[in-house]
Write a protein that binds this ligand. Structure first.
Ligand SMILES: *Cc1c(COP(=O)(O)O)cnc(C)c1O
Length: 346
C-alpha cells in the first residue's frame, strides 16, 4: 500500500482543524501597540508555566535565540556553546552579524555540556581575551539525536555561570520534548536561566512562532531589539492563538512521538544497511548507514517508498516524528524499512 510519511522535521506539521478554529476566533489587535490580547495571553501563559516574569512572541526560534544573545552580550564578548548548537550552525552566522560576538565551541558528549567542560573555557579578565559573557544550552540537543538535559545536569552549570558572572540562555526549541522525557517540570526552569526560547512550530504543531522568556527587564530590552530586527508583528493574535491551543492540547501527546521514534529505532537496528542508531530519548532518530552504503542513496530509496527523511552527513540520516505522523504511518514505514535492500556503493 502506498504511503507518504514525512520524517524530515517536526516543523512540517500543519494546523489541525481545531487549531485553525481557535486561530480564526482569536481576539486580535495591534501588537506593536501592545493591544493584541491573544499575544499578551500567550506571553503571560508561557512565562507563568516556566516561572519567568515575561515573554515575547517572535516569528521564529532563530529570532528568539538571536534576540537573547543580543540582550546578554556586548560587541567583543564571547558566547560559549557546544559545536553542534543551532545558534552556531544554523542561524546564518547571526551571532557575529547581530551581536558582534565571538563563539567558543565546546565538544560535549552528544552536545551535552558540563561545568567541567565550560569552566576552563571561561576567559579571565585580560585585554587579550574576549569577555566571556554567555553560555547557551540546547534542550533537547538536535544534533545529539534529541537527547535531553535533566535539571540536575543544568543546576551546576547555572551555579558556575552565577559565580563567574555569565548569563545562561536555553535554546528550548524542543523543551517540551525534554520535559516529557525527563519528567522535570517547566516551573522549575525559571530560576536557572536568564533567557529561554520556546518553539511553538516544532512538535507542538503551531504554524509559526517562538516565545522568548526572561525577566521583565530582559523582555523590555528584547522587545526593542525585536523591533529593530523587523520582528514587530501587528495582528499576530491569529498565530498566538495557535500557540495557546498547542500548549493546551499538544504537549502530553509528545510521548506518542517518542514511542514512534523508539519503534523506528528498533527497526533500524535490525537491518543490515544500518550500522548504529543513536539511543532514542525523544522524537529524533539519528542513525549511521553501514560501510559500503551511502546516506543519500538510502534516503533516495526511502523516498521512493514514500518515506521522507534527511541525510545529515555522508553516512548519517535523521528521522523526526511529530503530530502529523500516525501510528499506522509508523507501522507502514517500519514495514518498508525492514523489507528494503539498498545496493552497496563500491
Ligand atoms: C528549529 C530550531 C530552532 C529554531 O528554528 P526556527 O526555524 O528559526 O524556528 C532553534 N534551535 C533548535 C535546536 C532548533 O531545532
Amino acid at each position: 500500500m502506498a504511503i507518504k510519511v514525512d520524517f524530515r522535521s517536526d516543523t512540517v506539521t500543519k494546523p489541525t482543524a481545531e487549531m485553525q478554529a481557535a486561530m480564526m476566533s482569536a481576539k486580535i489587535g495591534d501588537d506593536v501597540f501592545g493591544e493584541d490580547e491573544t499575544v499578551n495571553e500567550l506571553e503571560r501563559k508561557l512565562a507563568g508555566m516556566f516561572n519567568m516574569e515575561a515573554g515575547l512572541f517572535c516569528p521564529s526560534g532563530t529570532m528568539t535565540n538571536q534576540i537573547a544573545i543580543k540582550c546578554f552580550t556586548q560587541p567583543m564578548d564571547e558566547v560559549i556553546c557546544d559545536q553542534t548548537s543551532h545558534v552556531y550552525r544554523y542561524e546564518g552566522g547571526g551571532i557575529a552579524y547581530h551581536s558582534m560576538a565571538s563563539v567558543r565551541l565546546l565538544y560535549g558528549e552528544r552536545g551535552i555540556l558540563t561545568p567541567e567542560l565550560i569552566e576552563p573555557e571561561i576567559n579571565e579578565s585580560n585585554i587579550h581575551y574576549p569577555n566571556s559573557s554567555l553560555v547557551v544550552l540546547e534542550n533537547t540537543v538536535n544534533k545529539g539525536g534529541g537527547i535531553a538535559y535533566t535539571l540536575d545536569q543544568i543546576e551546576p552549570i547555572h551555579t558556575l555561570c552565577n559565580i563567574k558572572g555569565l548569563k545562561l540562555h536555553l535554546d528550548g526549541a524542543r523543551i517540551f520534548n525534554a520535559l516529557i522525557a525527563t519528567g522535570d517540570h517547566a516551573k522549575d526552569y525559571g530560576k536557572y536561566f536568564d533567557g529561554i526560547s520556546v518553539c511553538l512550530s516544532k512538535g507542538l504543531g503551531a504554524p509559526v512562532g517562538s516565545v522568548l522568556l526572561g525577566s521583565a527587564a530582559t523582555i523590555k530590552k528584547a522587545r526593542k531589539i525585536r523591533k529593530a530586527f523587523g520582528g514587530g508583528m501587528r495582528q499576530a493574535g491569529f498565530l498566538a492563538a495557535a500557540g495557546i491551543y498547542a500548549l493546551d492540547h499538544h504537549v502530553s501527546r509528545l510521548s506518542t512521538d517518542h514511542q514512534h521514534a523508539a519503534a523506528l529505532a528498533d527497526a533500524l537496528n535490525k537491518v543490515n544497511y544500518v550500522s548504529s542508531v543513536m539511543p532514542v530519548q525523544t522524537n529524533i532518530v539519528l542513525f549511521n548507514v553501514a560501510a559500503g552504503f551511502r546516506a543519500e542513496d538510502v534516503v533516495h530509496l526511502l523516498s521512493e517508498k514514500g518515506i521522507a527523511c534527511i541525510a545529515t552527513s555522508l553516512n548519517t540520516i535523521r528521522m523526526v516524528t511529530h503530530l502529523d505522523v500516525s501510528s499506522e504511518m509508523v507501522d507502514m514505514a517500519i514495514d518498508k524499512i525492514m523489507h528494503m535492500q539498498p545496493i552497496t556503493h563500491k
